[in-house]
Design a protein around this ligand. Sequence first.
Ligand SMILES: Nc1ncnc2c1ncn2[C@@H]1O[C@H](COP(=O)(O)OP(=O)(O)OP(=O)(O)O)[C@@H](O)[C@H]1O
Ligand SMILES: [Mg+2]
Length: 286
Amino acid sequence: MATAQVTTLHDKAGHAASSSPAPDETSDYLRARNVSLAYAGRGNDIVHAIDRVDLSVKRGEFVCLLGPSGCGKTTFLNAVAGFLPISSGELTLRGKPIEKPGPDRAMVFQQPGLLPWRDVLHNVTYGLEMSGKIRGRQAAAHAGALLKLVGLSDFAHSYPHQLSGGMQQRVNLARALAVEPELLLLDEPFASVDAQTREALQVELLGICKRAEVTALFVTHDIGEAVFLADRVCVFTRRPGRIVRDVRVRLPKPRDEARLKPEFLAYVQEVAGVLGSAAAGKANGT
Ligand SMILES: Nc1ncnc2c1ncn2[C@@H]1O[C@H](COP(=O)(O)OP(=O)(O)OP(=O)(O)O)[C@@H](O)[C@H]1O
Ligand SMILES: [Mg+2]
């Protein structure tokens, strides 16, 4: 996988990309307090998807969300993205309630959902064109650098149907990164990618997040992936989901060589134990 330094839009706009965040951004950048969300089910049924979720995330942190299928992880991500209104509680970004989607957030879905009539390069420039941040040749150059980063330079002029599932997912990631969100929301983004590509993408994703000072919420079912990526692994109970355990992963980054080390495997075991209890419905995850 190629590594490439991507010039940030902030650089282009003349802002100091490295300026440190204000203190209020560092403590409770993203904050969920008692957040519950229920859907209208069939008939008069109500589906309580998440129940009193508490989570505080610092600017720049990488937080992985794990939990049994159907426990509300995607629901929580959609609420943070501003796609779904919460039923009760408080959900704030930089101290302001999240009420709608915004350019400060980008979502990477499990299914790439690329625009079939646009080639790869123009799928990546799409968000830039919509946001009006940069256009034309500048947008193409920025997108080109991101395609290099995800190893797809040679496919810039291919169409989505000409790519494998893993390649489409890499375009999906490049597309989300193109708009330089502060907060990246990723919902099992590498689930359909082969193991080797997946590990390479994990390494690249960490590098990108660090360079661009991106905060990330990353949903996965893969415990090894969570331990590799995360500063913290938050484990949900089964539905209605609540965060029962917040495991801080104190392994130095970059973790490129970490996967076979005993400390890494100890974290994998710890998280697996918590997840097993959460799936079995033990409230404290122990
Ligand atoms: N639009 C909807 N209308 C009604 N119920 C919904 C809707 N979306 C999700 N649900 C229900 O909410 C619960 C949580 O769903 P969600 O997709 O958030 O789970 P998840 O943790 O992401 O699961 P998975 O790991 O399988 O992706 C599930 O019981 C699901 O059936
Ligand atoms: Mg989901």
